[in-house]
Write a protein that binds this ligand. Structure first.
Ligand code: Q0Z
Length: 281
């Protein structure tokens, strides 16, 4: 087995028979930093959640999962995947305004070529979910939003139309299921790739708090930044005077207090349990 790539919070390996192992670590990022503290079981919880979603979405889109042995040291935190030729476009669907979508809307009134009504605020629900593609940024940089027309130029009109259709279907299904459990899926990013027969398959992780914005529905209040279901305690503590950290300075964030680590682990467990309806054990 060889290591082929390190992401912020995940690792990618390739086995001798050409299977990819996507390993979710317990690392957590906030404010663009990977923190020195880890959240116990985070990687296992997100792996279990992603696997549950692949099952829920299987009738909509084929995926990259294969049945292969997982080495004991990665048990519960790895998925075995078929190697795909990844599409070079990050496929994002948004049902609510936040992040780079909000920034673009405030500057232009549009997001990725979608004209939106005037007067929307931070956290507003969009009239309909929109496909907002982006190009994958080099390490350490942010993905760059592109228009749907630019995505069609890059990937070809037929492929781009498929990316849009699949992304919106995944978003609609995910948002609908999560809504029944009191969770708003504000947006989600999926990755797609072609298998050796030319079929587009859903890859990577899907509908996890690391690839989506999950908001507790009972706290949703457009006009301000929404609390994140997963790492709001982490963000709140880091920007509080107790942390002693200056977000605008050049120092990395300090280690998290044990209480913040534990409450954050609880939020991941609660997200898993409320979405899947299954107990985390
Ligand atoms: C996913 C990533 C990282 C984990 C490449 N089935 C696939 N075929 C080809 N490539 C990928 C996949 Cl999932 C692929 N990534 C993102 C980065 C750890 C996943 F560091 N990169």
């Amino acid at each position: 087995m060889r290591h082929i790539y390190s992401g912020k919070v995940r690792e990618l390996y390739e086995t001798d028979d050409g299977v990819l192992l996507l390993v979710a670590t317990d690392r957590i990022s906030a404010f663009d930093y990977v923190l020195e503290s880890e959240i116990p079981d985070k990687g296992k919880i997100l792996t279990a959640l992603s696997l549950w979603w692949f099952g829920q979405l299987a009738d909509l889109v084929p995926n990259h999962l294969v049945d292969a042995a997982i080495p004991a040291r990665f048990a519960g935190r790895a998925t075995a995947c078929r190697p795909l030729a990844m599409v070079g476009i990050e496929c994002v669907a948004r049902g609510y305004l936040a992040g780079s979508g909000l920034a673009e809307y405030r500057e232009t009134g549009e997001v990725c070529g979608h004209a939106l009504p005037a007067g929307l605020a931070d956290g507003s629900r969009l009239p309909d979910p929109i496909f907002t593609p982006a190009t994958k940024a080099p390490r350490g940089e942010h993905d760059q939003n592109i228009t749907v027309a630019e995505a069609a130029e890059l990937a070809g009109a037929d492929v781009a139309a498929e990316l849009e259709r699949i992304t919106l279907e995944v978003y609609r299904r995910g948002a609908e299921l999560a809504a029944r459990r009191g969770i708003i899926v504000a947006d989600t990013k999926i990755e797609l790739g072609f298998d050796d027969r030319g079929t587009l398959r859903l890859a990577d992780e899907v509908l996890t708090p690391d690839s989506s914005r999950f908001w507790p529905a009972d706290q949703w209040q457009p006009g301000r930044a929404q609390p994140a279901l997963d790492k709001q305690y982490v963000r709140d503590w880091l920007i509080s005077p107790e942390s002693g950290w200056d977000r605008r300075g050049s120092e990395p964030p300090p280690p998290l207090p044990q209480a913040v680590i534990e409450r954050t682990r609880d939020t991941y467990v609660r997200a898993y349990e409320s979405i899947t309806g299954q107990r985390w054990v």
